[in-house]
Write a protein that binds this ligand. Structure first.
Ligand code: 3H9
Length: 707
């Protein structure tokens, strides 16, 4: 007994061997842990003084499962299923003490033990599906034997964690985490040590008509809900195997399906994204011990859709908000809209009536700037015009207390110029929320030249508090997300002039995995929004007379999208379903003629060309953004694209997608369009120098992120 290796230690208490895992921060089941567990269990089985084994954790989490960073390394021996086999076949009873979270392989480890005890506070789940894989250490075979097919499918296919005490059949004992807890656990182990050893794999499973129906319905539903994803259907297949074959055959089927998933680009992308999301919170050059400011109250200026959505984020986590508007009627309208949103959530069963009232009670309306004198943070969400925002910040500088953070929700403007309207530019930062602000997970945190470190650290921490993913970026037109979306929208619009139809482009982009194509998205957001942005920078796009010219024409005709029933599509009264409109094609034909652009029949514009024209320029712009240091890393750009723009996570984001299909291919296709699209190609398809250099050096975006 003693220290087996750095991650595993054992001690003998009476006749119970306690095997402790200690692999901070989350007890990932890394190689060292697997080796140590095998050694500790084998020793305990051989030791005549041991009558039972208690597997526990020295951290507040039981285990986050397999070490995801090892998946790409190749050397996975001893493999986790072998460790679990040793535990399950042990001649002495093994009890898992699930003291905190048990996820993926962590839960599978507990499932292979003969008994499971948990604290009521523990949460457990099999989140492998979010990594593009399925549970590969027996989870698809053992979990259904304890909780039944329906709950097992729900857990494995959704990947969502559950409270340990909500899962009947999974635990033999669930106890409060009190001072006496360990005495209770010890008594439990003593009570079972001489009992015949129960093994989950011995529980029989068999198929019947009702189960067959359940599996079929589940698969039909998932095909729609998880469009484009490979792993969810494989999860169902693996669980189903358990009902039609022996335990060992089921394990073999699980292993084969696990390997099949693991080898897909989706698994690579989703595992990459897991780490991308976590890296985003690490800010290069920001000392770890940077202090943060307390944000106990917030002011939001502008009670429109954006301001209201922003305010809801804070009310949702119990932070009081003062919502400021110029006029009482606008304020009343804004507050009524927020109430309606909350009541809609209540109707769907997501909130109780009391929660709605509590959240509304945290929102106080005001038309007086002085009411912001004591708040810790102000976020303005007023009209997107520099002089309007500067006037707001001048006013804030006068009324806000010292130490308050002054934030702008601008999506395109120069925050340095906004900060200069105050005498405290170090307190000014951009907090760019994405619409609908109470729903979208992304928060672009924009550091201006003089923003202080503690303001940045506070903003990043705040993002977590309001359950957003904060990504730090620097100031440039549109920051990262909107700067790149300009490129994508430009190209989609140009394709219209060349002969494609809105529904054709939208279908290709939808099939690629986005929730909707650029024309549907434009109509939903309002075509006037993009128009205002273009109006603010006509001089920068003047060299391309074709630039979004159809969209401009639509706006000038009042066709600003869904809200007026027509934009790039038509909408019947009360319907959100886009209906193709020949008038849009006519406008495109006429504009193409005026500009001397040769049109092609739409069926001569291939799906591949649409992808290359819309997605590859995103990659090129991303490379420019990296070269300019606007984003810290390529993976931050991907996080922005997945959480802010609905880029399919199973492709990892534009930069990971580019790495996956090869940067030299991207470069070669950009050069192709640069050469074949005449003046237009020369204007917009010049490859970024960074991309050219990466190809020359045989590097990838991921490789430079690691440098
Ligand atoms: C699996 O088990 C496969 C098996 O079925 C079959 C095998 C044969 N590996 O999220 P946090 C790191 S697949 C490696 O910020 P939190 C993370 O990167 C696995 N590293 O903390 C971060 O590092 P850094 C199935 C991991 O408290 C640090 O730990 N399991 C792993 O907000 C803290 O993480 C999962 O998918 C890992 N498994 O949340 C669970 N997990 O500080 C994945 C975390 O350098 N993990 N790290 O940025 C989670 O969901 C969350 O991390 C957890 C804690 C809820 C556990």
């Amino acid at each position: 007994m003693g220290q087996i290796n750095l991650s595993i230690s054992t001690k003998l208490i009476d006749d119970i061997a306690i095997v402790d895992i200690h692999n901070a921060p989350v007890n990932a089941l890394s190689k060292d842990v697997r080796i140590g567990l095998m050694e500790a269990i084998s020793q305990s089985i051989k030791n005549p003084e041991v009558n039972a084994i208690l597997l526990s954790s020295q951290l507040s989490i039981f285990s986050a499962g397999a070490d995801i960073s090892e998946f790409s390394s190749g050397d996975l021996t001893p493999v986790l299923p072998d460790v679990l086999h040793l535990i399950e076949s042990s001649s002495k009873p093994v009890v898992a003490l699930v003291n905190g979270g048990a996820f993926g392989g962590g839960l599978e480890l507990a499932l292979a033990c003969h008994y499971r005890v948990s604290f009521t506070s523990a949460r457990v789940g099999l989140p492998e599906v979010h990594l593009g894989i399925l549970p590969g250490a027996g989870g698809t075979q053992r979990l259904p034997r304890l909780v039944g097919a329906k709950i097992a499918l729900d857990m494995i296919v959704s990947g969502r964690p559950n409270a340990a005490d909500s899962l009947e059949g999974l635990f033999d004992l669930v106890i409060e985490h009190s001072e006496d807890a360990m005495t209770e656990v010890a008594a439990f182990v003593q009570s079972i040590k001489n009992e015949p050893i129960p093994r989950v794999s011995d529980i029989p499973l068999s198929m019947d008509d009702a189960l067959e129906q359940l599996f079929n319905d589940y698969a039909d539903n998932i095909k729609k809900r998880s469009r484009g994803f490979f792993a969810p259907l494989k999860c169902i297949e693996a669980v189903k195997h358990g009902y039609t074959s022996s335990f060992d055959d089921g394990l073999n089927a699980e292993k084969a399906l696990f390997m099949q998933c693991m080898q897909t680009p989706q698994a690579r992308a989703q595992q990459y994204f897991f780490f991308a999301e976590r890296s985003a919170s690490h800010i290069i050059g920001l000392p770890k011990d940077t202090s943060t400011r307390v944000i106990a109250s917030v002011g939001v200026i502008g009670a429109g859709t954006m301001g209201g959505g922003i305010a809801m984020n804070f009310a949702n986590v119990g932070i009081p908000v003062t919502l400021l508007e110029q006029r009482q009627d606008a304020l009343d309208k804004g507050l009524a809209l927020i109430r309606k949103n909350y009541e809609n959530s209540a109707k769907k069963g997501k909130l109780t009536a009391e929660q709605v009232e509590h959240r509304m009670s945290l929102l106080e309306g005001s038309t007086d700037y002085d009411s912001l004198s004591d708040v810790d943070l102000v976020i303005e969400a007023v009209f997107e015009k520099l002089d309007v925002k500067q006037a707001v910040f001048k006013q804030l500088d006068k009324v806000c207390k010292q130490g308050a953070i002054l934030a702008t929700n601008t999506s395109t403007l120069d925050i340095n110029l906004i900060a200069q309207a105050t005498d405290r530019p170090s307190d000014v930062i951009g907090l760019h929320f994405f619409s609908p602000a109470n729903v979208m997970k992304l928060l672009e945190v924009v550091r201006a030249d003089e923003t202080s470190n503690d303001v940045i650290a506070t903003a990043m921490k705040l993002a977590k508090t309001i359950k957003k993913v904060g990504v730090i970026v620097k100031v440039c037109f549109g920051f990262v997300g909107n700067r790149m979306i300009e490129v994508y929208a430009r190209e989609a619009n140009r394709l219209l002039l060349e002969g494609a139809t809105p529904e054709q482009v939208d279908k290709v982009i939808f099939d690629y995995g986005f929730p909707m194509g650029p024309f549907t998205m434009g109509d939903m957001a309002g075509l006037d929004i993009g128009y205002f942005v273009r109006e603010s920078r006509r001089e920068f796009i003047a060299h391309d007379p074709s630039y979004c010219i159809v969209a401009d024409q639509l706006v000038e005709q009042g066709r600003v999208g869904l809200k007026v029933g027509k934009g790039a599509y038509l909408y019947e009264q009360g319907s959100r379903k886009p209906v193709p409109d020949p008038e849009v094609i006519r406008i495109a034909e006429q504009k193409a003629k005026e500009l001397g652009i040769t049109r092609r029949p739409s069926d001569e514009i291939s799906e591949q060309e649409i992808i290359e024209r819309c997605i590859y320029p995103l990659v090129n712009e991303g490379a420019e953004i990296l070269a300019e240091g606007i984003a810290q890393r390529a993976s931050d750009i991907d996080v922005i694209y997945v959480y802010g723009y609905g880029y399919p996570v199973y492709r990892g984001g534009p930069m990971q997608y580019a790495d996956e299909i090869g940067l030299s291919h991207i470069l070669q296709r950009l050069q192709h369009y640069q050469e074949t699209l005449g003046e237009y190609g020369k204007a917009w398809f010049t490859p970024s120098e960074m991309l050219v250099q990466l190809v020359k050096d045989s590097k990838t975006f991921a490789s430079i992120d690691k440098e």
